[in-house]
Design a protein around this ligand. Structure first.
Ligand SMILES: NC(=O)c1ccc[n+]([C@@H]2O[C@H](COP(=O)([O-])OP(=O)(O)OC[C@H]3O[C@@H](n4cnc5c(N)ncnc54)[C@H](OP(=O)(O)O)[C@@H]3O)[C@@H](O)[C@H]2O)c1
Length: 291
């Protein structure tokens, strides 16, 4: 049987594909740019858009029994088509915001978006697993320019603590959910293995990159002024609410990665090592390090 992977060219989907292929699974990938997508030769690449009704051709579902659902806006018609064509099991990439554990989540841009994606699946089938990662370590790529240029990192709420997750752990959790039926009907919260203040996150990046990094605390207003031209207002508000809240209540480490994969998640130092090139640090080996 074949696994249909959406979000296949993304940071999670790309790693998910490598692991599925290594396990001997047959993979079909959906991308909006099939002619230029850099995917392994063993993958059957199909052009499609999840957000357009009928945007994924029916032939994409032939012989597919499991699908990884990237949370694109308006996936309802895609899920309808998949169910109609006999796809039996869905693993959904969502977000911890959809769990609405904190008042800040309710009505946030992420909660509204991801709850709609979850409903698109759970209203159409009972055969689902939802993955709800908290903050991605990859969000720290927003510091890449400072680190590359040797400038201090400027950040508000440096005493707030989060548990950033490596995208490879999200991918590994997805592989487990796709290949093991024990997780059907469960929404699994995922995080990195340690809750770290933003000051400690800078230290972890420095350790992983082999660089001494400097952090300068700025006020929320300064952050707003410096980033308003790059960030949507709803996202900016969501980030500031999150960092403000996690000063008093640090992000909890979630057992989801260990539960699903049977091993602890990758550290932030490891994530930084895997992303040296993104921070302008010379690479001596390539790719995400094997466990
Ligand atoms: N950042 C966080 O802290 C965080 C936390 C929790 C959850 N998340 C979730 O994780 C997602 C990011 O995952 P990622 O890093 O793997 O993504 P990514 O690297 O940003 O890549 C996005 C992928 O989605 C595909 N895609 C987007 N819209 C599509 C559409 N309409 N039709 C078909 N494919 C579409 C793209 O495919 P093509 O361009 O090839 O078509 C691409 O493969 C976020 O969007 C969010 O939903 C993020």
């Amino acid at each position: 049987m074949t696994v249909l992977v959406t979000g296949a060219t993304g940071s999670v989907g790309r790693l998910l594909i490598d692991t599925l292929l290594a396990r001997g699974e047959s993979v079909r990938a959906i991308t909006r740019t099939p002619d230029t997508a850099a995917l392994p030769d063993a993958v059957e690449v199909v052009g499609g858009d999840l957000s357009i009704p009928g945007g994924v051709p029916g032939a994409a579902f032939t012989g597919v029994d499991r699908a990884f659902v990237f949370p694109a806006a308006g996936v309802d018609a895609f899920v309808d088509d998949a169910v109609e064509h006999g796809v039996e099991k869905f693993v959904v990439l969502s977000s911890l915001a959809a769990a609405q554990e904190f008042p800040r989540d309710v009505g946030s841009a992420s909660q509204v978006h991801h709850s709609a994606v979850e409903s698109a699946v759970t209203e159409r089938t009972d055969n689902w697993t939802i993955l709800r990662p908290g903050t991605f370590a990859a969000n720290l790529l927003s510091w890449a320019w400072s680190i590359r240029s040797g400038a201090p990192i400027r950040a508000p709420y440096v005493r707030s603590a989060q548990a950033p997750i490596h995208e490879a752990d999200v991918a590994d959790a997805a592989v487990a959910a796709l290949t093991d039926d024990r997780w059907i009907g469960q929404a699994v919260a995922l995080s990195g293995p340690r809750s770290l203040t933003r000051t400690q996150q800078v230290e972890a990046l420095g350790a992983g990159l082999g660089r001494a990094l400097t952090l300068v605390e700025i006020s929320p207003d300064e952050f707003r002024a410096e980033t308003a031209q790059f960030l949507d207002d709803g996202i900016l508000r969501m980030l500031l609410d999150y960092w403000r809240d996690t000063v008093e209540v640090p992000d909890a480490v979630r057992p989801g990665v260990a539960d699903l994969t049977g091993r602890p998640g990758r550290t932030l130092e490891q994530w930084a090592r895997d992303h040296r090139a993104d921070f302008g640090v010379e690479i001596r080996s390539s790719g995400i390090a094997p466990r």
